[in-house]
Design a protein around this ligand. Sequence first.
Ligand code: NAI
Length: 786
Amino acid sequence: MTVKEIFDTMEYGPAPESASEALAWLVDRGDSFGHFINGAFTKPGKGFPSKNPANGETLAIISQGTQGDVDAAVKAARAAQGPWAKTSGHARAKYLYAIARLVQKHSRLFAVLETLDNGKPIRESRDIDIPLVARHFYYHAGMAQLMEAELPDAEAIGVCGQVIPWNFPLLMLAWKIAPAIAMGNTVVLKPAEYTSLTALLFAEICQEAGLPHGVVNIVTGDGATGEAIVTHEGIDKVAFTGSTAVGRKIRAATAGQNKVLTLELGGKSPYIVFDDADIDSAIEGLVDAIWFNQGQVCCAGSRLLVHEGIAEDFYARLRARMASLRIGDPLDKCIDVGAIVDPVQLATIKRLVAGHGNEGTVYQAPCAMPAEGCFYPPTLITDLHTSSVLMQEEIFGPVLCATTFRTPDEAVQIANNTRYGLAATLWTENVNLALDVAPKLVAGVVWVNATNLFDAAAGFGGVRESGMGREGGWEGLSAYTKPKSKLKKLSPVETIPEPSTVKVDGLDRTAKLYVGGKQARPDSGYSKPVYSHKGALIGHVGVGSRKDIRNAVEAAHSASKWGKTTGHLRAQILYYIAENLSTRAEEFAKTLDAMQPKSAKHSGKEEVEATISRLFTYAAWADKYDGLAHGVPIRGVALAMKEPVGVIGALCADEAPLLGLISAMAPAIAMGNTCVLVASQPFPLAATDFYQVLDTSDVPAGVVNIITGEHSGLGATLADHMDVDAIWNFSSTDISGDLEHRSAGNLKRTWLNQGHARDWYGPQGEGREFLMQATEVKNIWIPYGE
Ligand code: NAI
């Protein structure tokens, strides 16, 4: 198009960014790349092409990482980890700062290379991806600097295996590497096979910054290489971002390997427009929600929910806006929608829309489509049922699926009708409505009158099948640190065997289970004798079964209103439990003394006193474990709200029958969770006596449910259960591996002892670690003004 023609038509003329510097960089490297291991590039091995999806041209050949490459990278990372963690926080901060500066210095090269390799519009890589990468390293330079002062009890986990997707190649790398190395870990990272180039340029930045060898290692390859990394025995922590299907595989494949795991997975995030919204802004927001990065965004606002009364007008205006979107050469600065990352992904999008498009009304923007390359037009599908495949499945393309709602309650109901829980967006000019709805949405991030805002200071991550853990902010650091205090090795606590002659000391009674605020007979109909160390039969307890766990989970769910009570109320109830326990302290102490072996380190009296103190601790915390207001770089705030996890299933400590039970129960209910507790397996009687304390302390029915029986079987049922949100294991039976494997089903959060035992009487038995495990952080972004 000539300038004259542009002038005559007033059409935008193309304004392509030059690719010459990036292409020259590729030529300089011989158009083929090895891995970056121990500070140097290896010779390129057998590989595969990395293509420009906008025109299908091969940009470079990437090496397929072998087991040997992964071994070498893990070895280098292991050797580097100790010295790196021992350097001062300030020294690490300087390296992170240097990386941030170098990313800025080479930002144009990074942006063009990213766009060539991924197909995203240059405007996005230049203005969003790369500045956020630099911001992440700056922010975490600060975290490294502050670590010693602000996290004195935390230390690095060790060697991290990190696997990232192709939608934000360099940004995902930054999200993974910056916090990890700031906290003194070293990493072996695998970029996605479609988009490895900016990770390899980043490796050169590490060299330029003089980063000690082995701190960052980059191994390229496909899923097989990823699997070799995450399952490697030298990896202490796995961090993955990608599809829910692969996340589930990784959960199962790493089960029992004593690894820390965080997963950032898929989503089908709702975008809710109320009838009082600023409609033009809400429509412009949708351009960022679903056509940003061609909709290949885990938190894309891909499910549009519009207030019924404005729906037709809204759709009409949206279609008009869609018609003005420009699709084409991603290097053109005027382009809104670039190329889909790969023909495979394009085929997936086409298959989903073609297979299910007849369920709704399909509108595709009538934009001029490029003659070649991987492109898909912006698409809107209206009139869908909430259960339609298109409303439920992550399409990961520029396809917006829409339905309507009548009331705010219905909007919340539809929004939460998904197996995911990553993000949500809502538009309304009514602050009361916004602040009422935001907490009700099941999501890790909520944007009010804005969408797809990200910052290093605000945690990002999901609930349900969108994964576990957060990246960014203070909470993101916990994924890269562990408490300094060393746990003991786990050893099984044995049940006192049946003596040859049984004395009955008059205390004998058969305890039931405690479900939904009532004592319930075990479904099996069986009970089991409990003997004292003096050989007396001191009682029977019910043998809980799968059905009892299911009933208890149901009861715990029906008590979910507990999560909406105030911290003040929960504090009072915890104090009241403590008070009622103290009036029966002697009786509890007697049972504990009778039940536990002579070798027990603490007397019954000491255990009851420690338990009362623990109840006080969490009564104190119930109204003090506050959220934060993050100073994100917009005119607005990101409110990091602490929310309960939901239903927590806990296998309680065997060795401290009462203190262990309360150490799990008290933080869980203080934070608004309901729970299913499986009492100490060898010494269950203190827990059964505790039912009456709960009955007399105003604890609503179903908030606390207690089951007695075998930890392995009951734990397995809890881990299998799709309606249990988190599982904690403090049992002395070593079943963490089995629980991890089973919890892959609904990707429930796990907090397992992984072969270690706690000192329940000391700081390991209470505190922030428990509170953190009992809460999810939801970041609610609220911009204000211009
Ligand atoms: P993916 O989840 O297969 O790939 C993500 C990363 O995991 C890549 O680096 C890949 O090599 C690696 N990987 C694959 N299998 C692995 C294994 N068994 N162990 C360890 N690492 C493994 O995503 P893919 O195939 O590229 O895309 C498929 C679908 O996943 C997309 O259509 C989209 O719906 C979804 N997706 C979601 C993302 C998100 O952030 N939510 C990101 C990328 C894809």
